[in-house]
Design a protein around this ligand. Structure first.
Ligand SMILES: Cc1cc2nc3c(=O)[nH]c(=O)nc-3n(C[C@H](O)[C@H](O)[C@H](O)COP(=O)(O)O)c2cc1C
Length: 278
């Protein structure tokens, strides 16, 4: 029998230890996956609730409370972005982020002057509607994303029932530096978005969905007084992240993004010609 501290024994013990540890780690990873997925879904729902101001303390909500608010107040629809139609009987497990990477489910981002740092985007995505008891849309929450400095930022923007005023903006995933680009999560900065107009109104015409009048964005420094209605001041020391947020808002509200959909919603809700009661 070889001595306990022989090379062969050391090798066998290390090998067994490696196998046992890797089995434990991969077992934990596999068994925790469904819980991770569920927590990611809950986090997204919490962000939608925050963007649409459906709770005073969205971060403090339990999973059950998130589900209750969602089930009672939010309707999810799968939107075909280019036709502006909802998909009937959508697959509930459809994942827009996966679709954006799948050449049979994505489209190239072309003809857009707003560079979000992605060459392709999904054709279909989930949109979230908050309706009143008469079925009228009070708020619509749209998913947005684009590149920051260190990677993509994924978030939601909530729009008011006039379909041209921002109600809230949140990011549920990004890699920006805490204290610099990470200030996109600062509630004071997020609060600045509430009430910002997306398109410029000219002679009573609201120009929803019209790129020529697209005004929303992030200014470098404080916006000029005439732009303050549409723009938020950039994050200091984080010009690249600020530019990323500016580009993504411009792209997703453009004619290539959700502009035509919001125009359609405004028309359906009787506000198509720009007059207050349309
Ligand atoms: C460690 C480190 C982290 C940084 N993180 C960010 C960031 O998250 N977002 C960003 O826009 N710039 C970040 N920057 C700064 C950029 O490199 C760049 O200098 C900055 O965007 C310029 O912004 P300013 O014109 O407001 O100074 C970081 C710089 C360093 C050294």
């Amino acid at each position: 029998m070889p001595p306990k501290d022989s090379i062969a024994n050391t090798f066998i013990v290390s090998l067994v230890l490696c196998i046992v540890c890797s089995l434990l780690v991969s077992g934990a990873a596999v068994s925790l996956k469904p819980r991770q997925k569920r927590n990611q879904e809950l986090d997204q729902k919490r962000n939608i609730i925050e963007a649409a101001s459906l709770s005073e303390d969205p971060k403090g909500l339990s999973g059950k409370e998130v589900e209750e608010i969602f089930d009672s107040q939010v309707t999810r629809q799968l939107l075909d972005i280019d036709s502006d139609n909802y998909v009937s009987e959508p697959d509930p497990s459809f994942d827009p982020r996966q679709a954006a990477k799948d050449d049979s489910l994505n489209v190239e981002i072309t003809g857009s002057e707003f560079d979000i740092g992605f060459a392709k985007r999904e054709q279909q995505t989930w949109v979230y509607l908050v309706k009143d008891t008469d079925g009228k849309i009070k708020k619509v929450v749209l998913p947005i994303y684009g590149m920051g400095l260190w990677g993509p930022l994924y978030g939601f923007v909530a729009i008011d029932s006039d379909f041209r005023t921002i109600q809230g903006l949140t990011f549920y995933e990004h890699k920006e530096t805490p204290g610099l680009g990470g200030e996109v999560d600062n509630k004071l900065w997020k609060a600045k978005w509430v009430g910002k107009q997306i398109w410029e109104e000219v002679d009573g015409n609201k120009n929803i969905g019209d790129d020529e009048h697209l005004m929303v964005g992030v200014a470098k420094g404080a916006p000029l007084p005439e732009k303050a209605k549409y723009m938020v001041d950039g994050l200091s020391g984080a010009t690249i992240t600020s530019r990323g947020v500016d580009s993504m808002l411009n792209y997703w509200f453009s004619e290539n993004g959700f502009g035509p959909y919001l125009k359609k919603l405004a028309a359906q809700q009787g506000d198509s010609d720009g007059s207050p009661n349309g």
